[in-house]
Ligand binder design. Sequence first.
Ligand code: AMP
Ligand code: MG
Length: 396
Amino acid sequence: MAALSFRDARATVLRELRLRAVAPPVETVPLLDSQHRVLAHDVTADRDYPPFNRSARDGFAVRAADLPGRFGVIGEVPAGRIFSGEVGAGQAVEIMTGAPVPDGADAVVMVEHTVREEGYVAIEQVIEQGANIVPKGSEAQDGSVVLSGGARIDYASIALLASVGRQSVEVFAKPRVAILATGDEIVEDGEKPKPWQIRNSNAWSLAAQVRRAGGVPVVLPIARDLKDETAGLIGRGLAEADLLLLSGGVSAGKYDVVEPAFADLNAEIFFDRVAIQPGQPLVFGRARGKFFFGLPGNPLSTMITFELFGRAAVDILSGASDAPLPVSLARLTRDFRHKSGLTRFLPAWIEQGNVTPVSWQGSGDVGALCRANALLIADSEKPEYEKDTIISVLLK
Ligand code: AMP
Ligand code: MG
């Protein structure tokens, strides 16, 4: 199978998942617990927002056409009260931020632009009708959709849900994501590795990443590099979870048994190579009605390919309408070159719009990724970047 470009591979993942996406079950959670969850249904406004013409300033409510002039102050209206009278010609009501604008008035003059006299207020300014007033229903009208089903809930959505009176929220159930580390050299947690063995860090990074993405990690026992044992654990992962992630065993080595194991399961393979680094050997497929990723085993390759592809799958399986990749632009602080042909995702530090590559020893160097807060994205067709060039970065 030919290697796909990064763009095509990502498009394939999004297309295949969306094609088969079914809405997850719905559960009701307390408002605060809905943070980072996916809203199951549209939420509508229970009244107009704001519910009255709201003053945006402390000042005086007047009729704009009367300005400038000297106004008789006929009362005051703090937030949380209502002024029962009407503002007539040459009259003003002292008003506070958040209070309803009295009938008759059509503008609020900021207190800073007024001079208070006994029983009067002098205003030299001229302002337009509607100045410093947020009209009733201008933020949302009664019955209109304020949050759409499929939205990922953040702190601003929590505020909106609270303001329309929700104390609990219907969200989609989190997808279960099975994690299967493979490799004869990998030892289980708590075991002391022999000099030629390696601790299983991939199951931990993937579990953390799945959780952050909104899924429930289900960590399986390590699969030895034996086809039948690997196929058995793959079958278990496919049965127990909505998505299966494997690490390791996807290269072309003699003991890389992941692809042969999937072949035995009659899996459909959408791609098994992507022109990226880290992570060239990368399998995406479907078996027994579930999607799976065979991620390369080098720790940075595992982590980065999950962010690039796996996270989008978790988003869609969560019922989210978007699968965002947080890419932004930054200015390179130094010259930078790489070999063309692959899109590279390299540990980097971004600060105030400037990005600096972090030195690293290759795909096993977990410490380098700990020292990074972003991945610099080097275009496969652009081998040389000069200092001050604007380059894409994926935020970590
Ligand atoms: P593989 O993709 O199976 O060829 O593995 C590539 C490299 O990643 C090997 O050097 C492994 O030691 C390392 N590796 C594989 N799986 C894990 C794991 N679960 N945790 C930490 N390192 C791993
Ligand atoms: Mg291996």
